[in-house]
Design a protein around this ligand. Structure first.
Ligand code: PGA
Length: 247
């Protein structure tokens, strides 16, 4: 069995001012064991990114970047700017960005490309709507998202499978659904030129301390992208511990 890297990633979304992020990071720093085998990444809003420099036990991720290198894009933040803050990861193509900011697979592809240019590791989010699931279109949807978002990309990325109907709803996908989807994703990755067995695939969608233990035990789950439950440091740490104990 291939030993893929395991991740515990917090997506704060549009929550926490700088002092709150600092407080979170200080507390997490005290909780985390230095010799941890898993990679913990905090993705706060842009305004709190530098607060996460306080620790060397967790890595930092941004929640988004612009798809262009630089230029007249008022209000936007570039990959180069993020990298300059010692950020190593970036969430790309989150379903909230696809839905509210109309991001297309083509734009997401440009973002993956520019992230890699500046040595940021993309955490690419994919996943189906409830309607697509009901219409038996999960495979078709994932295939389309992966082939378009990763067009021309050769570097390894991290994938987060986040079924849209499970995000922020309290309705976690079942173990069966997650296993099927992650295996499907590995196969699609193989088909488009990656080694699917080597790529870490995380699950996201209402992960919490009550379901994390069961879900991390699944062979094809290499960690979590956690929204709501990541806002409380003790809750996030409980999930982190389940991942750590799963080895
Ligand atoms: P959730 O969000 O854990 O609140 O469902 C996950 C995500 O959007 O990444």
């Amino acid at each position: 069995m291939i030993n893929r890297r395991k991740y515990s990633i917090a997506n704060f979304k549009m929550n926490k001012v700088e002092s709150e992020t600092t407080d979170f990071v200080n507390k997490l720093n005290n909780l985390i064991n230095r010799k941890t085998k898993i990679k913990s990444i905090i993705c706060p809003p842009f305004t709190s990114l530098h607060a996460t420099l306080l620790t060397d036990k967790v890595s930092i991720g941004a929640q988004n970047i612009n798809s262009n290198d630089f230029g007249a894009y008022t209000g936007e933040i570039s990959a180069k700017m993020i990298k300059n803050l010692n950020v190593d990861y970036v969430i790309i193509g989150h379903s909230e960005r696809r839905e509210y900011f109309k991001e297309t697979n083509q734009e997401i592809n440009k973002k993956v490309e520019i992230a890699l240019k500046y040595d940021l590791k993309p955490i690419l989010c994919i996943g189906e709507t409830l309607e697509q699931r009901k219409n038996n279109e999960v495979e078709k949807t994932l295939k389309k998202q992966l082939s378009k978002c990763l067009l021309g990309i050769e570097h390894d990325i991290i994938i987060a499978y986040e079924p849209i109907w499970a995000i922020g709803t309290g309705e976690t996908a079942t173990s069966k659904i997650i296993t099927e989807a992650h295996q499907m994703i590995r196969k699609i990755l193989n088909d488009i030129g990656f080694d699917g067995q080597k790529i870490s695939i995380l699950y996201g969608g209402s992960v919490n301390r009550n379901n994390a233990k069961e879900l991390i035990a699944l062979d094809d789950v290499d960690g979590f992208l956690i929204g709501g439950a990541s806002l409380d440091v003790n809750h996030f740490y409980d999930i982190y511990k389940f991942i750590e104990e799963s080895f």
